[in-house]
Design a protein around this ligand. Sequence first.
Ligand SMILES: [Zn+2]
Length: 543
Amino acid sequence: MSEEKKDKIKNGQVLAFPIPIKNKEVAEKLRETLAYVQEKANEYLEFAHKNKLYSVFDGNNSKYSYKVLEPIFVKLYKKSKMPSRINRGVLEIVGRTMRQVRDRMRVFNLLMKETNDPKKWTNKLLIKNEIFEKAHYVKNIREQVINYKRKHRNIPEDFYALQKPPKVKKKILTYAPDDGQAIKLTKNEDKIKLSFKVIDRCGKQIKWRWLETNIKLPSFLEDKQITSPDLRFDCVHGDYLPILDFKITVEKPKKQKSENFITIDWGVRKLLTLCVFNNKGEQLSQPYFANFCGIQSKLQRIYKDIDHWKSKRDKLLHKDSLFKKCNREIAKRWNKISLINKEISHTAANIIVFFAKHYNCSKIYYENLKSLKSRGYSRNKNHQINTTVRQKIIALTDYKVSLCGYSLQKPIHPAGTSSICPKCSHKGQHFSSSDNHKKQHKSLPWFYCPNCTFSADRDYVACLNITRKAIFKKNLKKCTKTVVYKKTRLPDSLFRQDAFATTHCKGHIYCLLGWIHSVSLSSKVVQKSFNSFKGTIFGILRV
Ligand SMILES: [Zn+2]
């Protein structure tokens, strides 16, 4: 375990808080400095690749990479004309990239040990031997090797033949290993005076000087201890600006104890269905459904586009000028997908945290992702969309919820949760709606029990059954206990955070069939209402 991780566990969690610098002059100078730094970082990486240096980190767990790398890059550093503390920051970034490449190299070597045929490389192959690596590394390397094989007609000799020298693609510099010689911070109530060491170029001569600027701190950062930030460039509302990422250690919250908990079901049509219960098996809230359809079809369109560009690219030769264009178009779309996924998953995780706070729930139960089935056009794509988003939601919920002192429980096996009646435990039927019993199919959204005539939305039924599994801990078919509904009123306060949110929400909250007090949250409602209390409820959580 690295020092950094140990620190985290001991003292709480490290959160990054971004603050953009809007002063144009300062921004331009910082851009120039970071462009120079980027150039040097890439020179370092090329050197490391040429000399096969990725394994220098093996068996070394020190917190800072520069301690390992400084002696190796002495010669290059002398040529680079950078101040030593800037150099340390650069080495830190270089170290991060090198560690990533080293991890990929390890996966490559492990896979090569298994078999020479890249088409057989899967994550399962490694898991069989109890090796656990990141699944996307395996997928990525597999594709890379297959492409290499197509081009060179044989398998790469070693990892260095496969991998081009890595590059730092973004303008980024960390001041973490600095001791006041590259950045100076002076705190004055709600303001910080910052001095950066920046580059001054006159022809070929390179000089470094100090540049001063002030930034305003958000109120909740005022009483926190501020340490050296990371500096990076990114788009903020269409402007390309320098952003300082301040790192704040948040103390571990005390574990909250309460009888209430939330149950989450992943639907195919809905992003998630959420309901609040207590230990005795009483349902304390109406079910909430978060919608997903609109954005889902948008994602589908982008995936389709990617397929289109891929097939176009595969017909071309590598040298063709269009080949690069295709690659650019594909990359652009992947970027878009990851942005959308990020937004959906943050919003969904925020919904869950919000309800947990509102109903004072200390535990959150959810269904194992294995249950997700897809329907309609391109099942695989749908499945991919659904699982990636949900995996992200789970990861984010875990992190956000633990900051509040709540806990995400182990996933519950979904067998039978949406097909067994929550009242009498008989097998139910599925129809397209409550008043349409003509067509019956297991994938339809409406649940009906022929034994006791209980009828409800399918995802709500799943919520009830997950709860039964969680608290009564029995086989559903043998389970004789049911969940009782206690309250019926909708918590008005929920969307009355401010006048704007209420007026906006009115038109968008509507009842779903099967539960008269259920609420469906469309993405717009969620966005608006969250914007209104983003700062107050979530504090320094990044929303
Ligand atoms: Zn029944």
